[in-house]
Design a protein around this ligand. Sequence first.
Ligand code: AMP
Ligand code: GLY
Length: 428
Amino acid sequence: MNVLVIGSGGREHAISWKLAQSKKLSNLYVAPGNAGTKEVATNIDVGVNDFEGLKNAVLKHTIDLVIVGPEDPLVNGLVDFFLKDDQTAHIPVIGPQAEAAQLEGSKEFSKRFMQRNNVPTAGYESFTKDNLEEGYKYLESLQPPFVLKADGLAAGKGVVILEDLNAAKSELKAMLADAKFGDASKKVVIEEFMSGIELSVFVITDGKDYVILPEAKDYKRIGEGDTGLNTGGMGAISPVPFADEIFMKRVEEEVVIPTIEGFKKENLPYKGFLFIGLMNENGTPRVVEYNVRMGDPETEVVMPRLKSDLLEIMQAVGDECLGDITVEFENKTATTVIMVSGGYPEAYDKGHEISGLDKTEGSIIFHAGTKEDNGKVVTNGGRVIAVTSYGADFNEALQKSYKNTAIIDWERKYFRSDLGFDLQEYLN
Ligand code: AMP
Ligand code: GLY
């Protein structure tokens, strides 16, 4: 089979790395890819939102299956675009159509979906600039901290959590009246604060059946001890020590099944990955958010823990026969440490040469923001490299990753050296 993966991050490198191990694979392409995907696939210089360009690439390279990495093209209707075109309608695309992609594209859509389908989540109300005063009143009725969410996609920045009521009111005004996040904050969801510890649960579905993939814990903040600004993710650990069998059974029964049943009841065709951000409060799961794709950096630990052939799974999703196959996982722990450009998630440099990539040992190196420049690999984004390792537990795996983060180098590299700090208490 010829496969096209869409995207250019660590997630897409990890997916491509796993696909490249499949006996069923003939040719693998990534659009636009990075210096890492080039090691296992052919990069095609087409952007993720260039639908015509992607269609041309699919036809030119006789692609049999497309896997969409990021949310943007899904929310923008890439799957619908392929389905509507006679030349591409028969080619399975892994990722939901635009309507179901609203689960990530609109916070209000996803909250309403959860309410209708009895999926546990925080209580909420939504507001526009026309009922700003009601928004202030709703804030007054809540206990701090206050959680404000821009309704639309805001590159992971649209959620603001504040302790102070007046600050929350100002933020609401900035979002609604002053378009702080542009169109994304034309509508704002205000919701109850959920306490607990977070994890990411991943599901693959063909719309009828589902498989729960290994769960992972992501480290979102830039600073050690979970401090400072939010990032795309500074590292991940899988499995999550507190996600025991009892908890995961509750997740399946209370969250996953009502969600998949909701897709069927509401006629939302869904073939693809579903990422459920969950809060675990003393063993009770509640949904923080849905994403209609895999997580990044979580994919860099989930793919290494997948024993089965990813291409076979993707094919089964496309053919709507996921229920007929068995999916197996590795028992080992996998961890990934994200190495970023100094300054990230604020302004940072690009174009620094990366050294040491050929000197690492005992880890899998996934590229995130890299590109090749005159035969050299240079930095090309905030998150640059993911260093993934296996171990008997997360401490052992992290030690291996940290040996290699010392070897890989560029000007102003940074990574968090405290991953797993909050999970030590759950180790036996
Ligand atoms: P979201 O984009 O909805 O995942 O929100 C970003 C982050 O904000 C989440 O990963 C949580 O850490 C936090 N967050 C969002 N909603 C809530 C909530 N209702 N209670 C507590 N924390 C939240
Ligand atoms: N790691 C969080 C995300 O992919 O959104």
